[in-house]
Write a protein that binds this ligand. Structure first.
Ligand code: NDP
Ligand code: 2IT
Length: 448
């Protein structure tokens, strides 16, 4: 698809000029603007009132130095970010990513997509994202702690339970959230739900750890049901082996599928008997080692170096759960040639625009990230609710709410696509449904 509307072409040009060299951000904005063409024809007030012009501009960008001392006594300096993108429907909400590939463009694309994703959950949360180019890999627990303490020593000025509530993302899990929370509590002498993904003993929600992966499968299950099929007996490929990938594997397996491959940034494993998730959890969650170690548990499995080969494995359903742009046009074509039926995105923006085009033109059921992976942030919002109530729900209660939220997201985006004459185009449906709620809220609040 390409932009045809003159106003949107001009706006895209201004976004590129104002954010030079930020390829990931441009990619995320272009996709949304493409979906909005039929919306602005029906709603000229969004142009008159500068709503689209405003939604592509972050409310605030915070960028800071993060100095810390490593185990050898050497000073290390990283860069920290928090982008508070849009607060029209609630406090800024979104994860923190610690990975050497983090740049302002990456955080901006993630923060921008978070606005629409959070809107789709139906819960009152605005869009934000943050992170650092710090690499937790190979660092001792004490180094990670010192880094997190330094990061929060600056970030605490800008966050708060009713202001901005960060959570995890790549490289930020329970350990990092614990250190960040401890430092916030110490500096402010308050016990607030300022972060989500907290440990259960100090305000975390049951089922938050599982939520993104489980939610992805609940969404996919609803899509498959709508198309007259299910996970039962299907072969699934899941990329990544982190938080999202592990619990996507678990739920897909519980729903009757066989997951035959997983990966990390070095390579992928193929186990035709079905991946042994207990071994993966031991390697990744406990020992923090490479996925190659899987061969020590299952010598009959295969290990291949490099990430993209995983998409050449024959499967019915592909769940990309690693990182942005991990499926390019060639990988999408390989999946289609092998008869893939559905691709649902656990990671944020894992398919390039060319790959999405391949899926959509081949009749593959395609569930975009903003909708399919919204279960994590939705459950974070449920954690915020429980913190506000000073109460906690059981695992089953949270899981049932998550399930309902994901089913509703599928139905809402599917209905929006149909309403705007693009039946089955869930990319357009998600962008439009997510946009409408935020745009109407911005419109009602005036020029702010
Ligand atoms: P984790 O850090 O737990 O795991 C990330 C996984 O992806 C690891 O297996 C990692 O391999 C792999 N990976 C990361 N970067 C790359 C890369 N550049 N190339 C290849 N593989 C890579 O992160 P999460 O599971 O939390 O996040 C995965 C994706 O899901 C991200 O896109 C994130 O934004 C998205 N997401 C996460 C949510 C959450 O609640 N955590 C919610 C919604 C979306 P390695 O260990 O080798 O680095
Ligand atoms: O991309 C995402 O939605 C997340 N990393 C989760 C954010 C959150 O606030 O739980």
């Amino acid at each position: 698809m390409s932009l045809k509307n003159e106003y949107l072409i001009g706006l895209m040009g201004r976004v590129i000029a104002r954010n030079p060299g930020e390829a990931e951000f441009h990619q995320a904005v272009r996709e949304v603007l493409e979906s909005l063409e039929p919306v602005i024809e029906k709603n000229p007030q969004f142009i008159e009132n500068g709503i689209i012009e405003s939604i592509v501009e972050p409310e605030r960008i915070i960028k800071f130095r993060v100095p810390w001392v490593d185990d050898s006594g050497k000073v290390q300096v990283n860069r920290g970010y928090r982008i508070q993108f849009n607060s029209a429907i609630g406090p800024y909400k979104g994860g923190l990513r610690f990975h050497p590939s983090v740049t302002e463009s990456v955080i901006k694309f993630l923060g921008f997509e978070q606005i629409f994703k959070n809107s789709l959950t139906g819960l009152p949360i605005g869009g934000g994202k943050g992170g650092s180019d710090f690499d937790p890999k190979g660092k001792s627990d004490r180094e990670v702690m010192r880094f997190c303490q330094s990061f929060m020593t600056e970030l605490y000025k800008y966050v708060g339970a009713d202001v901005d509530v960060p959570a995890g993302d790549i490289g930020v899990g329970g350990r990092e959230i614990g250190y960040l929370f401890g430092q916030y509590k110490r500096i402010t002498s308050t016990f607030h739900g300022v972060l989500t993904g907290k440990g259960i003993p100090y305000g975390g929600s049951l089922a938050r750890t599982e939520a993104t992966g489980f939610g992805l499968c609940y969404f996919t299950e609803e899509l498959l049901k709508d198309k007259g099929t299910s996970f039962e007996g299907k072969t699934v490929v899941v990329s990544g082996s982190g938080n999202v990938a592990i619990y996507a594997n678990q739920k897909a397996t519980e729903l009757g599928a066989k997951v035959v491959a997983m990966s990390d940034s070095n390579g992928y494993i193929y186990d035709k008997n079905g991946v042994d998730l207990k071994a993966i959890k031991q390697i990744k969650e406990v020992e923090r080692k490479r996925i190659k170690e899987y061969l020590n548990y299952h010598p009959e499995a295969e290990y291949h170096e490099g990430c993209s080969g995983i998409w050449k494995i024959k499967c019915d359903i592909a769940l990309p759960c690693a990182t942005q742009n991990e499926i390019d046009e060639a990988s999408a074509k390989a999946l289609v040639a092998n008869g893939v039926m559905a691709v649902c995105e656990g990671a944020n923006m894992p398919s390039t625009p060319e790959a999405i085009e391949v899926f959509q033109s081949s009749g593959v059921f395609f569930g975009p990230a903003k909708a399919a992976n919204a279960g994590g942030v939705a459950t974070s919002a449920l954690e915020m609710s429980q913190n506000s109530m000073r109460y906690s729900w059981t695992f089953e209660e949270v899981d049932a709410k998550l399930h309902d939220i994901m089913v509703n997201i599928y139905r809402n985006i599917s209905a929006a696509a149909e309403e705007y004459g693009m039946k089955d185009n869930l990319v357009a449906g998600a962008n439009i449904a997510g946009f409408m709620k935020v745009a109407n809220a911005m419109n009602a609040q005036g020029v702010v």
